[in-house]
Design a protein. Sequence first.
Length: 94
Amino acid sequence: MKFEAKEHVITVLNAVKETKQQFKDKQLISILTGKVTGTLKAQKIKDLECFETGMDHDEKFWFAIIRQMLIAKMLVKDIENYGIIKMGDEGEKF
C-alpha cells in the first residue's frame, strides 16, 4: 500500500533540524510522539516546537517513515556517533 507521506517527511526533517541533529531514531520518535524519557527530560525537549507533532501515529509508523528516508538518503545514520540521525543531501534539498 502506498500513500503520500510528504507532510510526515517534513515533520521528521523539521524535528532533525530543530534538535540540531543530536538524537537517534528512537529518541526522535519519542519527541514526535510526546514520550519523555530520562535522556530527553534533561534536554528540555518539551520546549521544542516539534514535540508531540507526530502524536497522530504510533512508533512503528515513524520508524517506517525514517527507514524510508534513510533509504532515500534524506537522512543518514552517523554510525561513528552511535547512530545519530543527521540530514542527508536529499533531505537538505527537500
